[in-house]
Design a protein around this ligand. Structure first.
Ligand SMILES: *Cc1c(COP(=O)(O)O)cnc(C)c1O
Length: 427
């Protein structure tokens, strides 16, 4: 077995884990503790000085969390990972490590609505300025680069329309600009797409969605691709300048190709504090064991539902990259050939009222603001998540009055379609 490289499904179950050395427990325990006894005073000093790896305090690391981190790093093909309290916390720590006040980053216009809010509003309080670019036009990213640009942020499969982004094309823009490419891989999961193989330097996840997969825990993960040279021109001082609080250690020199993950932990997580609870780390870890099976079924069910809707006379359009006729189908074949995932949007000929009617009449689908649950989920963005926007803004964001978003679950697909059928008949 020594030279044998394990496959994805094996890693999803085993990576990072081994039987508990003290008790023999086969499943990774929930280490529900805040702190860890030092072996002696020298050991304590070396942990605090970053000269040795080990547990200090659960805001910074925890053994259950560590297994989750090793597992996601293995699945994404990264060098290391950091698990945190939520997907938004992951994004906060990534940008905290890369940007100073007055810096800029370029972000795709096709993102999760919460990320658009985070970038447009809260990040401005830190002096981090977002510049938006349309992912269907690579030139828009190229034109947005300035000397202050420090990063580019995209989603692999993008919310809400299930669009697929040209990761390799945008990675080339990032290379030429000398900045890292950050990919939010939440909707694809590493089972469908591995952005680092296409040129991403950093991957972020809302583990709340498909990694956890059961709609029971909020969490986030940062994966370090180990691909970026942080020492260039001193543009990333958190990594390339001596850290006074760690005796002048230069993180990029000391930790090499996993320095970014270390910086997010020992600077961002330590000081800003969004730690994941051991219990949530445990539930997400358990969820990941079935990730390959779930993503396969999610994608098969979503394709069948998209085909059904495309043939329905009350439906005006369906945006699902898995459909052969979809504008994104070629990108899907390149970046996510095993399937286009669970989440997509479609339009109702009856507009706003039909959208409201549909969410009212479904029975199996749950009307709520989440994706990536085992259960089938539905939302009408114009009356909920995007309600505060003007009609023009709604349409630009892919949340026009007629738009309905589904996250197709892993129930029997005949039941999912039957539920839509009876609800569509009532509008
Ligand atoms: C949900 C989501 C986030 C935010 O994650 P939280 O865990 O809710 O903080 C970020 N990106 C995408 C694509 C998401 O779906």
């Amino acid at each position: 077995m020594t030279d044998h490289v394990p496959g994805f499904s094996t890693l999803a179950i085993h990576a990072g884990a081994k039987p508990d050395p003290t008790t023999g427990a086969r499943v990774t325990p929930i280490y529900q503790t805040t702190s860890y006894v030092f072996e002696d005073v020298d050991h304590a000093a070396s942990l605090f000085g970053l000269q040795a790896f080990g547990n200090i305090y659960t805001r910074i690391n925890n053994p259950t969390q560590s297994v989750l981190e090793e597992r996601v790093a293995a699945l994404e093909g990264g060098t290391a990972a950091l698990a945190v309290a939520s997907g938004h916390a992951a994004q906060l720590l990534v940008f905290h490590t890369l940007l100073k006040p007055g810096d800029e980053f370029i972000a795709s216009t096709k993102l999760y609505g919460g990320s658009i809010n985070q970038f447009n509003n809260s990040f401005k309080n830190f002096g981090w300025n977002v510049v938006w670019a349309d992912p269907s036009d690579i030139g828009a990213f190229e034109r947005a680069v300035t000397p202050r640009t420090k990063a580019i942020f995209i989603e692999s499969i993008a919310n809400p329309g299930g669009l697929v982004t040209d990761i390799a094309g945008i990675a080339q823009v990032a290379r030429r600009a000398g900045v890292p490419l950050i990919v939010d891989n939440t909707l694809a999961s590493p089972y469908l797409c591995r952005p680092i193989e296409h040129g991403a330097d950093i991957v972020v996840h809302s583990a709340t969605k498909f990694l956890g997969g059961h709609g029971n825990s909020v969490g986030g993960v940062i994966v370090d691709g180990g691909t970026f040279d942080w020492s260039r021109e001193g543009r990333y001082p958190m990594l390339s300048a001596p850290r006074p609080e760690y005796n002048g250690v230069v993180l990029a020199d000391t930790f090499g190709n996993f320095a970014f993950a270390i910086a997010c932990r020992v600077l961002g997580l330590r000081d800003l504090g969004p730690a994941i609870s051991p219990f949530n780390a445990f539930l997400i870890l358990t969820g990941i064991e079935t990730l390959p099976l779930r993503m396969q079924r999610h994608s098969e069910n979503a394709l069948a539902v998209a085909r059904y809707l495309a043939g329905h006379d009350k439906v005006s359009w369906v945006s699902y990259a898995g459909l052969e006729t979809d504008a994104n189908h070629q990108l899907q074949q390149r970046y996510a050939p095993k399937g286009a995932g669970a989440v997509f949007t479609f339009g109702l000929k009856g507009g706003y009222d039909a959208g409201i009617g549909l969410v009212k009449h479904v029975e199996l689908f749950s009307h709520l603001a989440n994706v990536g649950d085992t259960r089938s989920l539905i939302i009408h963005p114009a009356s909920t998540t995007h309600r505060q926007l003007t009609d023009d803004q709604k349409t630009t964001a892919g949340a026009g009055p007629d738009v309905v978003r589904l996250s197709v679950g892993i129930e029997d697909v005949a039941d999912i379609i039957a539920d839509l059928e009876q609800a569509l008949a009532k509008i």
